[in-house]
Design a protein around this ligand. Sequence first.
Ligand code: ZN
Ligand code: ZN
Length: 229
Amino acid sequence: MLLCDFHIHTKYSDGSVELRRTIDLFGQAGFDVITITDHVVNGDSSIGKIAHRFGLSVKADNFDGYISNIRHEAQRAWDKYGMLVIPGVEITKNYVSSDKSAHILIIDIKEFIPACWSYEKIFLEAKQQDALIIACHPHHMSDMSRSTLYLWNNRDKYARYIDAWEVANRDDVFNVISLKKYPYIANSDFHRTRHLYSWKTLLNCEKNTGSVKQCIRHNKGVAITLFRS
Ligand code: ZN
Ligand code: ZN
C-alpha cells in the first residue's frame, strides 16, 4: 500500500521547514504520496487579519508562484525518491469561536480560492477544479484552542460536498467520523520536523494523482497507520 500524508505546511504559511527540505524529509522517510497544503486564511476576522499581517497565509498574489514551486519540487521528488507530490491548500476560516471555525484541504487545486468565500462557493469551485475536499480536524482536539467545529456542527448541510474527513490528525483520533461511517483519511498536519511521526493514510491504488483521488473518494482500500521512527 502507498504511504501517504495529505496535510503538510511549509514556510509558505506557518510551517517551520522550507518546502525543499520538507520534500527531502518525506522522501527520505520513504513516503509514496504527499500533498503540500499551506494555509489560505480568511481576511474577514480579527485573527484572520493577524495571520495575514504576519505572512502566515498564501495569498492571491503569490499563489501562482507557490504552485509552480511545488510542481518544480514534485518533479525533483519523483526523480529522486519516486514520491508523488500533489499541490494543495488548507482553506482556513479562523474565528474567535471554535464553533464558527473550519479548515478544509483542497487537494490538486489549480486556481486560487479565497477563504472568505461562502462554504458553498468554495466547495463548488473546488469541484469545478476536480480537486479533493477534505474536512480537517473536524472535532474536539487535545489542544482545545485549535478545535474547528463548524463543519461537524453543520454536517447535515455540508457532508455531501466533502470527499473525506480526517479521522485522525497528528496525535488526535476522531471517533465520531467512524461512528457516522464517513469517508476518512489520516494526516500529520506537519508544521515541524517531529510531526513526521504521527497518523498517516495507507492507500491501495496506483501512484498517480487520478488514482489517489479516486481511491479516497470511493474510500475503498484505505487504512490508517501510526508512523513512528
Ligand atoms: Zn488546520
Ligand atoms: Zn493544517
